[in-house]
Design a protein around this ligand. Structure first.
Ligand SMILES: [Zn+2]
Ligand SMILES: [Zn+2]
Length: 254
C-alpha cells in the first residue's frame, strides 16, 4: 500500500477526523530530522508530484477537481520539474479555461459597477474581485492534501506520545519541530490531549524546542566566527549547514 493510501484506526477529535499513521511517523523519528513533519512533507510532495503527473489524474472526477482548484505557485513549479510536460500542459490548459470563465464573470460585474461611475459601488465590486483572485492564488490541490496528511501525522505523534512509552522517550530526545509545524502539532494536541497530559506534552515540547534552538544558535555562532576575516580555520560542511538549518527551523521547508 502506498503512503498516500494508508489509513488505519481513524479517530474524531473536535469534529475533525484524524487517521493514525504510525509507520511513517516512527520512520521520521528514526531519521532524527530537525523537523519530522518537514521530513514527511518532503516525501509526500514527491509522491504527489508523481501522482498528479501520472495516469490517475485522467480520472474524470479528479480532472474536474484539478480544473476547479488548480495548484499554488510552489506546487506548479514542483509539477513543472516533473517528467510529464504533455500531461501538465493538458491539465493546465483546461484549468486555465475554467479560471478564465470564472474571471470573466467577476470582471463583468466590476465593469458594470464602473459604468455607474459610483466610487463606493466600484470599490465594493473591486473588493469582491480582489478577494476572489486571492482565493484563486491560495487554491491548491496539493496544499489541501498536505494539510490533511500533516494533521494526521501530528495526530499520530500526539497519540503515540500518550500511549507508547518508547515513543514518548524518542520524542523527548528529538529536535522538536520547525515553527510552522510546531503550530500544526500544538493545534492538534490542544484538541486531543486533556489536563495533565496536555501540560506534560507541552513541557516536553518546549524542552526539545529550547534544546534544538540552543544547538542551532551555537552552530551559527561557530559559523560567524569561522567566516570572520581573522579566522584561520576553514569552514566545514557542517558549519556551512548551520545557516540553512536555522532558517528551516524558523520557516519550515523552502
Ligand atoms: Zn517542519
Ligand atoms: Zn500548493
Amino acid at each position: 500500500m502506498s503512503r498516500l493510501e494508508q489509513s488505519v484506526h481513524p479517530g474524531y477529535h473536535g469534529g475533525v477526523k484524524y487517521e493514525l499513521q504510525t509507520i511513517p511517523v516512527w520512520d521520521a523519528y528514526e531519521h532524527e530530522a530537525d523537523c519530522p513533519l518537514c521530513y514527511l512533507e518532503e516525501k509526500l510532495e514527491a509522491d504527489y508530484q508523481k501522482f498528479f503527473l501520472g495516469s490517475a489524474v485522467m480520472a474524470p472526477e479528479l480532472r474536474v477537481e484539478v480544473n476547479r482548484i488548480g495548484f499554488c505557485s510552489r506546487h506548479f513549479c514542483l509539477l513543472e520539474r516533473g517528467s510529464n510536460r504533455l500531461g501538465l500542459a493538458l491539465m493546465t490548459q483546461t484549468h486555465l479555461a475554467e479560471r478564465r470563465h470564472r474571471f470573466e464573470k467577476a470582471r463583468r460585474s466590476a465593469e458594470r459597477a464602473a459604468g455607474n461611475r459610483k466610487t463606493r459601488k466600484i470599490r465594493a465590486e473591486l473588493d469582491t474581485l480582489i478577494e476572489a483572485l486571492s482565493d484563486e492564488e491560495r487554491s491548491c490541490m496539493i496544499c489541501n492534501r498536505l494539510a490533511a496528511d500533516l494533521a494526521n501525522y501530528a495526530f499520530t505523534i500526539v497519540s503515540l506520545y500518550r500511549s507508547n512509552g518508547d515513543f514518548a522517550d524518542t520524542f523527548r530526545s528529538s529536535h522538536g519541530f520547525c515553527l510552522p509545524h510546531m503550530r500544526t502539532t500544538i493545534g492538534v494536541a490542544r484538541e486531543v490531549l486533556r489536563g495533565e497530559e496536555l501540560a506534560a506534552w507541552l513541557s516536553d515540547l518546549f524542552s526539545v524546542q529550547d534544546a534544538a534552538s540552543g544547538l542551532l544558535d551555537e552552530g551559527l555562532e561557530e559559523m560567524v566566527s569561522r567566516y570572520d576575516y581573522r579566522s584561520t580555520e576553514p569552514a566545514t560542511d557542517s558549519i556551512r549547514a548551520a545557516l540553512p538549518r536555522a532558517i528551516s527551523k524558523l520557516v519550515g521547508r523552502r
